[in-house]
Design a protein around this ligand. Structure first.
Ligand code: KIV
Ligand code: NA
Length: 265
């Protein structure tokens, strides 16, 4: 197996080595990240917002995740590919979760799956792990619950902080190999990271997590509009691509493209 494994990630935590994770939704972009050495790629249900034009992650289907996961797996050689279980594909029961996760691993080729929820999803996580499917958990802000939770920092206040810690421990006890902490106060995320023996993957959860994840279109400056405070933009792809499209359009209108060197005798 030339891919990164969940065992490698456990060793990284023992050694105190931090690692990056990015989302990917297609083979070509995934190959760029794979060549850049990103060890873990998430086929996130953020594809709903970033790739499919939905307003939230809620409408994303199993067919959509399966198709894009297969593309990301085909585009990569080394990265561990984690596929998100979309809303409605695992909440019903362990049996439903196992059926959905099996499809993403067996048909689409993911090496692991991710699902949202702490204590509330522990039964599903346990069954998947006992069945041989590595599970990344996701606690704190869980976007599939936008209609009950909204998009705000979780774990503020004593009771909420205790709940987040209970959720993190519950997914570890259920056998998750890592846990995403989304939009949690940095000191709380740091405490969770110290208490857990599995890696924490932060997004809007401060710098003391074992790993960090960003949505690639946010990280690369492709997403339009205002971005959450935790995003750092490492490129300005939206303006770069827009300029390329405008230059192409201008060349075509003016007859400057194609030139002789682009034409056949
Ligand atoms: O879908 C997604 O992109 C995610 C990450 C932000 C953790 O779940
Ligand atoms: Na997600």
């Amino acid at each position: 197996n030339r891919r990164v494994t969940v065992r490698d990630l456990a060793l990284a935590k023992e050694r105190g080595e931090k690692w990056p994770m990015l989302t990917a939704y297609d083979a070509m972009t995934a190959s760029v990240f794979d060549e850049a050495g990103i060890p873990v790629l998430l086929v996130g249900d953020s594809m709903g917002n970033c790739h499919l034009g939905y307003e939230t992650t809620v409408p994303v289907t199993m067919d959509e995740v399966a198709m894009l996961t297969a593309a990301v797996v085909r585009g990569t050689e080394r990265a561990l590919v984690v596929a998100d279980l979309p809303f409605g594909s695992y909440q019903e029961s362990g049996v439903q979760a196992l059926r959905s996760a099996t499809r993403l691993v067996k048909e689409a080729g993911a090496q692991a799956v991710k699902l949202e929820g702490g204590e509330r999803s522990a039964d599903q996580i346990g069954l998947l792990v006992r069945s041989g499917i590595p599970v990344m958990a996701h606690v704190g802000l869980t976007p599939q619950s936008v209609h009950t939770m909204g998009y705000r920092v979780q774990g503020r206040g004593e009771e909420a902080a205790h709940q987040l810690m209970r959720d993190a421990k519950a997914v570890q006890d259920a056998g998750a190999f890592a846990v995403v902490l989304e939009m949690a106060p940095a000191p709380l995320a740091a405490e969770v990271t110290r208490v857990l023996h599995i890696p924490t993957v932060g997004i809007g959860a401060g710098h003391e997590c074992d790993a960090q994840v960003l949505v690639w279109t946010d990280m690369a400056g492709l997403t339009p509009g205002r971005l959450p405070r935790f995003v750092k933009q490492y490129a300005a792809l939206r303006s770069t691509l827009g300029e390329a499209a405008r230059a192409f359009a201008e060349d075509v209108v003016e007859g400057a493209y194609p030139a002789a060197e682009h034409s056949f005798e």
